[in-house]
Design a protein around this ligand. Sequence first.
Ligand SMILES: Cc1ncc(COP(=O)(O)O)c(C=O)c1O
Length: 348
Amino acid sequence: MSNISDWVRANIRSLKPYSSARDEYTGKVGLFLDANENSIGSVSDTKNNRYPDPHQSEVKAMISKILDLEEQNIFLGNGSDEAIDLLIRIFCEPKEEEIIVLPPTYGMYKVAADINNVAVTEVPLDENFDLDVDGILKAVKPNTKILFICSPNNPTANMMSPERVEIILQNFAGIVVIDEAYIDFTEKKNMLHAFKLYPKLVILRTFSKAWGMANIRLGMAFGDEELIRFMNNVKPPYNVNGVTQDIALNALKNLDKKDSMLKDIKEGRSVLINKLAPLPLIEKIYPSDANFILVKFWDSAGVFSHLLNHKIIVRDRSKQPGCENCLRITVGTKEENETLINTISELG
Ligand SMILES: Cc1ncc(COP(=O)(O)O)c(C=O)c1O
């Protein structure tokens, strides 16, 4: 099986996608009586009575310019969580096929597989939270369809080493998804354009992190034109609403603001690491390529409840494999970081 379509479920391969009113007439001027909208107007303050562009063409045009990609290589979804779900639905036959995930990692890969009744094989990351290449390749079975790699990884904050990713790409025949949700927070090399060499590679990104737009739910997938076409065939027609598209278009014109926030977040990350690392109640802080740090305490439960008593909420990751006594802490504003540091310092 070498072509993308060979890896796609038979029912998806033969799917005749829904054709919406906005697919059938794409002009902008006219008397629109084709979509059963409310022609008079909206109850909301802003004008929302028309269905949005199902292809998100203007947003894709801007993204393609910024990232130097063709529009056909871009999928936009209701958060990258939608892309994760769609990929599983496109490639994995429920009850028959499976995915591989690499814990500790982002939980939605497994949840999306569970919802779709697709089995999950777990191959833990190694002691440095890097890929266990042999373990992964040994875990591959004839019915393994997708491998999810999160890089930088949530919750461990590190990038996977590029040499190991390369070995996987050369030796795993199925679909490799590299989730780059946190890629803007590192200077290390990204894999965005690698799908041109490896057509079964999909890269995920999101507006929820560096762009600071988690509320509008906009995620991106980048890949080979054929693979992206399958994603567009399967998605609900209006999966990205018009309000989101308008806000994204404006944001994409304002790259300077993103860069300036990135600078502040990276500075905040350094302050957090430098101030927390010497505290005796901390065993270790893992290096971070993301907008959060993973901190290993001697007693994470005590720190967690102390913080909670001060209404400071961090993520308890201590039950994740390899993350005993670990809390995941998001970099906040300058003031929030100071409050966190002071509150943790109270414990000694
Ligand atoms: C690694 C990773 N991928 C994807 C997501 C979800 O992104 P979105 O908000 O675009 O659905 C998250 C959210 O925390 C994440 O940590």
